[in-house]
Write a protein that binds this ligand. Structure first.
Ligand SMILES: [Zn+2]
Length: 64
């Protein structure tokens, strides 16, 4: 009784090729390395987003 099993969306997130268990979830070492490099690249160039936090502006009421 033939049944189609394992036909899930198991593809390389980078190029879409069928992935290999050895380099999962990627299809090859090249794609895996590329993903790693992209992570490092983002680590170095992280956008610094400082929210307008008014911690220095202390507004108190001076009640005697
Ligand atoms: Zn790939």
């Amino acid at each position: 009784m033939p049944s189609e099993t394992g036909a899930k969306r198991r593809k390389c997130p980078l190029c879409g090729a069928p992935r290999v268990d050895e380099y999962k979830p990627f299809c090859s070492r090249g794609c895996r390395d590329r993903d790693l490099l992209s992570w490092f690249g983002e680590g170095y160039r992280v956008p610094v987003d400082q929210p307008p936090d008014g911690s220095a502006d202390d507004d108190r009421f001076d009640e005697g």
